[in-house]
Structure formats: structure tokens, C-alpha cells
Design a binder for this molecule. Structure first.
Ligand SMILES: Nc1ncnc2c1ncn2[C@@H]1O[C@H](COP(=O)(O)OP(=O)(O)O)[C@@H](O)[C@H]1O
Ligand SMILES: [Mg+2]
Length: 239
């Protein structure tokens, strides 16, 4: 059980007498997420199954549930629904049911682009969508802690992007350093979205002014808070 790498849940299996398993939506370090349907209502949900070694005494699940609940009014964060149990290998294991987000992982969206990158102006729209969302989290005195392109679900919509964040990491109580880490993660996402190291030298000044060569001290001097990052983007001056 400790070396479990996949739950390999069969589509059609009924869990906790309430949910039918659908496809595997994704997996990561902590566990696997499946599409499930609530039998009574037909409502689609996402269910996260934690690898037992990543969830001792159900700590990871409880942390995630409480954090999602605390951030339930933040439009960028998925909604928590409930915790249930299912039988696996002779044991009762917990799983977490949340809102199901349609869309695509940012990682996959980037791979699909010509040259595997967004144009600077598009990437700024993406960064703005992320920064305004993270600003709501920071206003509640919380942080995400693990912002990267596998934890961002995107939908392109009109001129911009609709984004949702999954999978927060527990580094302990929120300190200003944790909030600042989120800002650096956002800049890193932007840097990668415009093509990463390979393209950095030839980026326009507007891009370099945001990335600050990925130097933490420079980034944080410029964008001490997510509020600052948002207002910087709102007032961008073009050369
Ligand atoms: N609510 C959701 N709706 C749709 N897909 C999701 C949802 N939550 C997670 N996923 C998918 O499952 C993957 C793994 O979920 P995540 O919570 O990031 O697990 P881990 O902690 O193991 O990285 C994500 O990268 C994403 O592709
Ligand atoms: Mg993840």
C-alpha cells in the first residue's frame, strides 16, 4: 500500500453508494483525481484519492478540505464538497469530493501553442487572471503554496483566460514569505508561458520588466504584494 502508484479505479464503479467513477482527470505527487458523477443528482464532481503515504492520519486531505472551505468565496479556487470513504485493498480510504472544473491544464494548453508558448500580450492576460485570483486568496491572509502549470486549469474566453487553481500545499501558517513565494511562482509561470530560458533573451522590454530575470529580490522589490502586481499590469506602459 505504501508504494501505491495508481488506484486504477474502474469506470462505472460506485463509491460510498453515492458516486460513479468516470475517467482519470490527472495525477500528481499526492494522489489521483477522477471525474465522478453524483448518482442522486447526475451532478459532475472531481474526487481526489490520496496515496496513503502522502496522507498520514488523513492530514493532507483535512488540510486541503479546510483550506478550500476557507477560500470558498475566492473565484479562482475550486469549491470543496465533502469527504467520503471507499474500499481499497481491504481498507477504508478517504477521498475528497470537489467541484469539477472543465478545461485544460495550463501545461497542456502551452504544449498546444505554436512554438509551445504564448505571445507576450496573451501571457500578460493569463498572468493578470492568475494575479487577480491570487490577490483574493492573499486578501484573506492565505497563500496557495504550490503554483505551477499542473495546478492551473484554464479556459480561454474572449480576450482573456478563466483560471482555476487546485492543489494547495501546506508550508505552515501563512507568513509574508509564503505570500511572496506565490508572487514569484506567478512570475515563473509567466516566464515559462512566453517560452522560458530559450526565449528570454529576445523578449520585449515589457516582458523582461515583469520577469526581472527571475531574481527573487528584484521581483519582490517591484511586486511586494499581489495587489502591486495587479495594478502594475493594469497600468502597463508600452514602449
Ligand atoms: N477539480 C478538478 N477538476 C478537474 N481536474 C482536476 C481537479 N482537481 C485536479 N484535477 C486534475 O488532477 C490533477 C492532479 O490533481 P492535484 O490536486 O493537483 O493532485 P496532486 O496533489 O497529486 O498534484 C491536476 O493536475 C488536474 O489535472
Ligand atoms: Mg498537483
Amino acid at each position: 500500500m505504501n508504494n501505491l502508484e495508481t488506484f486504477a479505479l474502474e469506470p462505472g464503479r460506485v463509491l460510498a453508494r453515492k458516486y460513479v467513477v468516470g475517467e482519470l482527470l490527472g495525477k500528481g505527487w499526492e494522489g489521483e483525481v477522477y471525474h465522478v458523477t453524483e448518482i442522486a443528482t447526475g451532478i459532475e464532481r472531481a474526487a481526489k484519492f490520496f496515496f496513503p503515504k502522502r496522507n498520514p492520519r488523513n492530514r493532507a486531505l483535512k488540510f486541503y478540505a479546510r483550506k478550500l472551505n476557507k477560500l470558498r468565496d475566492c473565484s479562482i479556487i475550486i469549491r470543496y464538497h465533502t469527504q467520503e470513504f471507499f474500499r481499497y485493498g481491504g481498507q477504508e480510504l478517504p477521498f475528497l469530493v470537489s467541484e469539477y472544473v472543465e478545461g485544460e491544464l495550463l501545461t497542456d494548453l502551452l504544449k498546444r501553442q505554436t512554438g509551445k508558448r504564448l505571445q507576450p500580450f496573451e501571457a500578460m492576460h493569463l498572468l493578470y487572471a492568475l494575479a487577480t485570483g491570487v490577490r483574493e486568496v492573499h486578501r484573506l491572509g492565505e497563500y496557495h503554496g504550490d503554483l505551477h502549470s499542473d495546478n492551473v486549469i484554464v479556459n480561454r474566453s474572449g480576450l482573456g483566460f478563466r483560471v482555476k487553481l487546485v492543489d494547495m500545499y501546506q508550508w505552515g501558517r501563512a507568513t509574508s514569505e509564503h505570500l511572496q513565494d506565490d508572487i514569484c511562482f506567478l512570475i515563473r509561470i509567466f516566464y515559462d508561458a512566453v517560452g522560458g530560458a530559450k526565449r528570454y533573451g529576445s523578449q520585449p522590454p515589457e516582458v523582461k520588466d515583469i520577469c526581472c530575470g527571475l531574481k527573487r529580490s528584484l521581483i519582490l522589490k517591484k511586486f511586494r504584494t499581489s495587489e502591486r502586481l495587479c495594478s502594475y499590469l493594469e497600468n502597463l506602459e508600452w514602449s
